[in-house]
Design a protein around this ligand. Sequence first.
Ligand code: WT7
Length: 649
Amino acid sequence: MAHEIDALLQETREFPPSESFRAQANIHDPAIWEQAKADREGYWAGWAEQLDWQTKWTRVLDWNPPDAKWFVGGKLNASYNCVDRHLATRGDKPALIWEGEPGEVRRITYRELHGDVSRFANALKMLGVASGDRVAIYMPLIPEAVVAMLACARIGAVHSVVFGGFSADALRDRIQDAQAKLVITATSGYRRGSVVPLKKTTDTAVAECPSIEHVVVVRRRDEDDATLNEREVWYHDVMAGADAECEPEWVDSEHMLYMLYTSGSTGKPKGIVHTTGGYLTGCYATCKWVFDLKDDDVYWCTADIGWVTGHSYVVYGPLACGATVMLYEGAPDWPKQDRFWDIIERHKVSVFYTAPTAIRAFMKWGPQLPQAHDMSSLRLLGSVGEPINPEAWIWYHKYIGGERCPVVDTWWQTETGAIMITPLPGLVATKPGSATKPFPGIDAEILDQHGNRVEVGGGYLAITSPWPSMLRGIYGDPERFRQQYWSKWPGVYFTGDGAKRDADGYFWLLGRVDDVINVAGHRIGTMEVESALVDHPAIAEAAVVGIAHEIKGTAIAAFCIVKESERANALADPAKFEQELKAHVAEKIGAIARPEKILVTADLPKTRSGKIMRRLLRDIAEGRALGDVTTLADPGVVATLKEKYEEEA
Ligand code: WT7
């Protein structure tokens, strides 16, 4: 009983908005959820009207599940909305404040951004890129990456940003899937003091990509040099020759703005498709109400542009609001573990949005680091990417937010395009660990297997009505789109997450229910890692599971069956073999997919239908089922455990 009361006390810690925050918040009318529900289309149309349209839409929504069209018949341009429309009132305001890892700082006003985007848009056209063509972007977090995205948008080209930490193979696969015509890259990028040779990786990838006609290369460091072949051009050269006026291409509201690859439970990463009008509306609305953006804010979302967070909350959302966006290229612990706090102090950052994995690292490094900096400019904090554990939430609130900043824990996905479940900081009392409530106009529910609504308790998280920034498909694979998201219940979007709702209607996210592992806030499909392992000449079969990790939240454990012929060789030096396998996965996919633990096993437990029993593997990897996992090499052990687990199930 005492234990239950403790648990209840834990769950009922509440942080209501302060009177002063509430008074200045962009939204402080508690009737907003009801109003949005009563006229959902009218409500979203109200947001869309705050963007600039060249032609207004004739219908707000066409919904033929699972296909949605928002703001039908409307025409607009995303780069115009993010740049041009601010020129009259914010021309000299910094759009970007960029800091490179070595410490150089660049401030780029809206007027300068307009010139750069227009010039680069013209350059892309000169290089043969037309509306609808796909352009891959493989770059470090430098202003040119933002310019590249917006320049694509300006001419109606579809960008596909590939995270700069991904391998040549991953880049190649994504270019091939999208049939991209052009890649924009940089000679190098910085990460934790070392120089990452992006151009070299691009060369390896592009060698197997016949669709690529040109490669544009940004010179990241003055000392970087490269001999370019006939299809490669320097960014600075094409910019020097380009006109600074470029009429934006007025595209249909449903014109594809970008695709972004994300991992699923089966097969290769899928290219999630986002279109223009609805997506921009969702990003804009959530920036206004969740981050409470004001004209004098210095807003910093620490995500890389390689992830959806970088698309929606580094580029499209804040720039559509006319905000000043902080960009930082490098690692949080370079040159010292207080780099973020130093940046916040020097640039007077007021809104800060980061991930729980980073917060847990900050906790480990200690509160003395933020305490040594003046962070009084901060007024709001955000979290995204995975469930935030209450201790991390409290630490963030106390040591970063000085107990005065609301913390918004925002749940959403690459597929949803924009924030879906979140506190509105002037209205919702937060509970540490809960993403709280759906954003107004979003119908999120907890459903059971049969699609029945769970009022209080756990189940699957589903979205029951279409929303403007929803994905429009998986590039080139409409069947997978239906199967993956819309087949569980008719006309309802299945998120792949489990969640519970408490008696106050608050949502608590419980993590993925499919074979996707969320490592440090990034999705990795078990299949992808398994394929990479089996690609190693010594591995016959592999199974991968997520295990608890102090900083990453979840890390990867890989069970590997070594080929008979390779066994003696591989197991002569197990430590070396383990390193080799980890490096192989990093090489195949990227460092984020590197397994934390490799367990060599003689057998993999499978159900009668051949499905890997991941729960059993998780229990083994976390030391619950067996103390000493070296005994796994004995085939009998796994067989015995399997029987026991099948009895329990
Ligand atoms: C998955 C989506 C959304 C941008 C970053 C990740 C998990 C995300 C939260 C949160 C609990 C969260 C979910 C979701 N997730 N935010 N605030 N609380 N879980 O985008 O790579 O598409 O991953 O991340 O499991 O399904 P993504």
